[in-house]
Design a protein around this ligand. Structure first.
Ligand code: FAD
Length: 424
């Protein structure tokens, strides 16, 4: 069977790699000039390692990507960087049950209650009964209004913007359940991981065409930069809205379903500095203050050694925003003008230590997972014969991520293989 795959992100790459194991021939079309998709890196001339355009790490529970990493020989290294929260101008470490019990901004009763609620969510295994609740209402009720407003509501707003009240409790459960304090990062970064997987696919006889944008999809047929190609099956890994544009012949009812899924974009400012930005070796700083124009400050080099980046300190200023937010139309300099007064509150002298500033924008970064989301998830098989959809909007209740892209790539390859066996 000859399978065409649209997108050389981790879903597309894994699907190709798995299909090759079953003896199928694969061809990937990628509109960018590198593999990696949302986990793609960039590299300055004097850096030893590339750096992700958007901060990336995995958790010890991310077994699918860990298995693939050892198979292709790109090990992940695990360590325990510090996560803190920025509340009322203070930076407070809040990344373990002990730190929560010592957290002085809440009363002892509030701390004990929060520890009990988070412990309960971590303990239970079934998420299905939770998805009829929203995180917003459930946390208010069980944590109490003040702790919810202080710690969780700013993060929900930061991550989901105007949709923050609608997020399924199962999504929150999955975060509490699967997230670990130890974090993993691949040797030489996620770009190395994607490059190695891409090279394996080519060594195994597959082809990857970069700077090749697919413009139309029909049953067993796709158009790439004006030329038409016939194949036995197609895997589409782009977001639903883009799939709708590529396949205008999809039936109306299915189009309505695709249309009903919402998403939010991301905007990351990467600062290269000649001094450290966050105090006390903090890696991840959640900004629990709605007046701030960003969600998190992530000092990558408080996690990964700065020697890989020519001794520079690397800091991400991260934001999730609706695709039509005005920040997407600002220049890098204009965006910095918006951020500067707030960054100065965290580190007053930082601006005279900037070596470079780069902003990366992506229109679709995070699906909005609402109540009873599992009932809406679309199967891989689309109404177009032999056209399969496998994208972030089918990941649930787990938060989308590289581990789940790998898992989805494996699963869609398995489904295609099974339907091929049935019909041959
Ligand atoms: C800000 C941010 C932070 C993140 N942090 C983490 C993290 O810490 N840990 C983690 O595990 N995950 C993280 N993720 C999520 C992770 O990057 C994604 O879940 C994963 O990379 C998705 O892979 P994918 O292959 O499904 O999709 P994508 O990576 O989106 O791949 C789709 C590919 O299709 C290509 N494409 C689009 N249109 C066309 C076309 N018409 N023709 C050809 N090619 C096309 C795109 O260029 C892209 O390469 C983060 C994502 C963001 C945005």
């Amino acid at each position: 069977m000859h399978v065409a795959i649209i997108g050389a992100g981790l879903t597309g790459l894994t699907a190709a790699y798995e299909l090759q194991k079953k003896g199928h021939s694969v061809q990937i079309f990628e509109k960018e000039f590198l593999p990696g998709g949302l986990a793609m890196g960039f590299q300055r001339d004097n850096w030893e390692w590339p750096l992700e355009k958007h901060y990336h790490h995995i958790f010890t529970s991310d077994n699918e990507i860990r298995k693939l990493a050892s198979e292709i020989g790109v090990p992940f290294h695990f360590s325990r960087p510090i996560t803190s929260s920025y509340i009322d101008g203070d930076i407070l470490q809040l990344d373990s049950p002990l730190k929560l019990l010592m957290f002085s901004k809440l009363t002892i009763a509030e701390r004990l209650r929060m520890a009990a609620v988070l412990g309960y969510l971590r303990y239970i295994s079934g998420w299905q009964s939770l998805e009829k609740y929203t995180t917003h209402e459930w946390l208010q009720k069980y944590l109490g209004m003040r702790p919810y407003k202080m710690l969780w509501e700013p993060l929900l707003i930061g991550k989901f913007g105007p949709h923050f009240k609608d997020i399924s409790l199962s999504w929150f459960w999955a975060r509490i359940k699967a997230r670990t304090t130890k974090l993993g990062y691949p040797d030489h970064g996620f770009q190395k991981f994607a490059d190695t997987l891409a090279n394996k696919i080519i060594e195994n006889g597959g082809s990857i065409k970069y700077k090749s944008e697919v413009t139309e999809i029909k049953e067993n047929r796709l158009t790439i930069d004006g030329s038409v190609k016939d194949v036995d099956a197609i895997i589409v890994t782009v977001p639903n809205k883009l799939f709708m544009k590529l396949a205008p012949k999809l039936p109306g009812e299915y189009m309505d379903k695709l249309q009903s899924f919402k998403g939010i974009g991301a905007l990351n400012m990467v600062l290269e500095l000649d001094l450290s930005f966050l105090p006390d070796n903090v890696y991840w700083l959640n900004i629990c203050d709605e007046s701030y124009p960003f969600l998190a400050v992530v000092e990558h080099t408080h996690y990964i050694d700065k020697s890989h980046y020519h001794g520079s300190h690397i800091v991400y200023v991260g934001n999730y925003l609706p695709q039509d937010h005005r920040y997407f139309s600002l220049t890098d300099e204009e965006l910095m003008n918006e951020y500067r007064p707030f960054l100065e509150k965290i580190h007053p002298q930082y601006s005279s230590h900037i070596l470079s500033t780069t902003v990366f924008r992506v229109p679709f970064a995070q699906p909005i997972v609402t109540q009873d989301f599992s009932k809406r998830i679309l199967p891989f098989q689309t109404p177009l014969k032999n056209v399969f959809l496998a994208n972030m909007q089918q990941v649930y209740p787990w938060d989308r991520g590289t581990n789940f892209a790998v898992e989805m790539g494996k699963n869609v390859a398995h489904d295609i293989e099974s339907s091929y066996e049935k019909h041959s």
